[in-house]
Design a protein. Structure first.
Length: 435
């Protein structure tokens, strides 16, 4: 940790405590050690040789969601997220995992996520599992009971997988409708392209409708966010270099993400590679061009007419919509207003602000898999406010958040009243005059 952590950043923390009300785990536990201020104090104590980084230290670092809600409220602008990633990287270098965890991490982080073709093959297998009815057989025969409860819950709400990918569906270039206002590169993601192909396709079509030439570099790969959050920073850096090369060769004006978790790392590629002089200029070029899809439409696009949906009688169906923030879109990319601005333009839709929308839903990458108890506790409190909105649609801008909110709706048994949808899908469905 002495070699890994930025000591100047550690000492920037003034211990003011402004971060505590913004921190989900502190609000749930009330423990100082479960707050950003407390975790920074623990980090500094280890680096200063005051304490050993034992199991309790590791447990508090693991309990953190990494939502980075502490950063916007910090008067000293402490880069807590970067300190957390550096700490987890240092821990992982000395962690002795059992064979199952070790082999699972190697399989997912090194053999699957970095390779788009393998991810599409996984999508094919998952699609076959869903379409042939094997999923129903697995549930009926009790095979799924071999897995932990939280994994069984997530399996039930998974959308239909795809092996095609957005390039297979649309090709590598989609021209703008009318005169192009800019040339953008679409970041397709790894899980997004397998589990949310429809959202990727709708993102490209929405961008084209708003006046953007859209390039989808086929040589891009996983952003590396799950690696960076799990202590695999070296692998994240290698993935970043491949993405920078792919989009630079595509000669784009902007790089567009439709997943807040991906976008938050993409926009920090310059920090991720700050110690590599060979990539300093290229990573800065990349990071300054990253935009969320809602953000680029509001800043540069021709904002389309978003018409209300009508019933068979031609009458407008009034809707109430609400929005759950993607933590990383709001706290890292600082683009939380753009989705709301777009939603306000939908005819016939009344937007109702969700109390605590800026508070993490408990998904946080793979947090809901590795910390299921805390994740569910946070989700249950979130759903109390969701139900108060009485919304027909609960929108969000990140796939992990979307799955978590789908699980929350199922858990509360309100699926007949409310639907969780990616904001891009909601907006594209309401494009007026689209073919």
């Amino acid at each position: 940790m002495k070699l890994t952590l930025n000591y100047d950043e550690l000492t920037n923390c003034m211990r003011c405590g402004f971060c505590q009300p913004a921190c989900p785990t502190f609000k749930e536990t009330g423990l100082e050690a479960a707050s950003p201020r407390g975790r920074i104090a623990l980090m500094k104590a280890v680096v200063d040789d005051i304490m050993e980084p034992g199991e309790q230290f590791k447990a508090q670092m693991d309990l953190c969601l990494g939502c980075r809600a502490c950063e916007p409220v910090c008067p000293s602008d402490v880069k807590y997220g970067q300190l957390l990633e550096q700490t987890r990287d240092a821990i992982e270098r000395h962690e002795e995992h059992g064979w199952f965890v070790r082999s699972t991490r190697a399989l997912m982080f090194k053999q699957m996520f970095p390779h788009p073709k393998r991810m599409r093959a996984l999508g094919f297998a998952l699609k076959a599992y869903q379409r042939t009815g094997l999923n129903k057989v697995a549930r009926a025969t009790g095979i799924m009971r071999l897995f932990p409860a939280h994994m069984r819950n997530m399996e039930r709400i998974l959308p239909e997988a795809s092996s095609q990918g957005v390039v297979g569906a649309l090709g590598t270039f989609v021209p703008a409708k009318g005169k192009a206002v800019a040339r953008v590169g679409m970041f397709r993601g790894c899980l997004m392209d397998v589990l949310f192909l429809g959202s990727n396709v709708n993102t490209v079509k929405l961008l084209a409708e708003c006046g953007f030439d859209v390039v989808i570099p086929d040589s891009q790969n996983c952003c590396g966010a799950l690696h960076a959050h799990s202590g695999e920073l070296d692998q994240a850096r290698e993935l970043a270099k491949k993405n920078i090369r792919a989009f630079r060769e595509a000669n784009v004006d902007y790089i567009i993400s439709n997943a807040g978790g991906c976008g938050a790392l993409l926009v920090e590629y310059n920090h991720l590679l700050h110690d590599d002089p060979e990539w300093k200029e290229s990573s800065a070029w990349f990071a300054e061009r990253v935009k969320d899809v809602s953000q680029i439409i509001m800043e540069r696009g021709r904002i389309p007419q978003l018409a209300a949906l009508k019933n068979e009688s031609g009458e407008t169906r009034p809707l109430t919509i609400t929005y759950q923030d993607s933590c990383h879109l709001r706290n890292v990319m600082r683009a939380g207003n753009a989705p709301r601005d777009l939603m306000s333009r939908v005819e016939g839709a009344r937007f109702r602000e969700l109390q605590g929308a800026d508070r993490c839903c408990g998904s946080a990458g793979i947090y809901n898999l590795v910390q299921p108890d805390m994740s569910t506790q946070i989700l249950d409190h979130k759903m109390e406010h969701v139900k108060e909105t009485e919304a027909h649609y609960l929108l969000t801008s990140n796939p992990g958040c979307l799955l978590q909110m789908k699980y929350g709706i199922e858990r509360e048994q309100i699926g007949d009243k409310m639907q969780a949808v990616h904001i891009v899908d909601f907006l594209y469905e309401r494009l007026a005059n689209r073919e």
